[in-house]
Design a protein around this ligand. Structure first.
Ligand SMILES: [Zn+2]
Length: 78
């Protein structure tokens, strides 16, 4: 069984599917039993996906303005 440190070290490889079949299985076994690593891997996966789904360029200025404007007109808590 892998230690938590080993799982953390391998988490991004696991998410990128760079680990071999056996390596993935060992990580999966660990996160099935360890809620800390489970949460860590889940969080890392979400963050990675979010970062990668965005274009490399920063938000275009007019898009940012539109976002701010739409929040002004309809505040999220209203
Ligand atoms: Zn763990």
């Amino acid at each position: 069984m892998l230690s938590c440190e080993e799982v953390v070290e391998r988490a991004s490889e696991y998410l990128d599917r760079d680990l071999g079949r056996w390596g993935r299985l060992k990580v999966r076994l660990h996160i099935a039993m360890c809620k800390h690593c489970n949460r860590y891997v889940l969080q890392l996966g979400l963050t990675t996906r979010l970062v990668r789904s965005r274009p490399a360029d920063p938000l275009a200025p007019h898009v940012e303005d539109q976002l701010i404007e739409s929040f002004r007109q309809a505040p999220p808590e209203a």
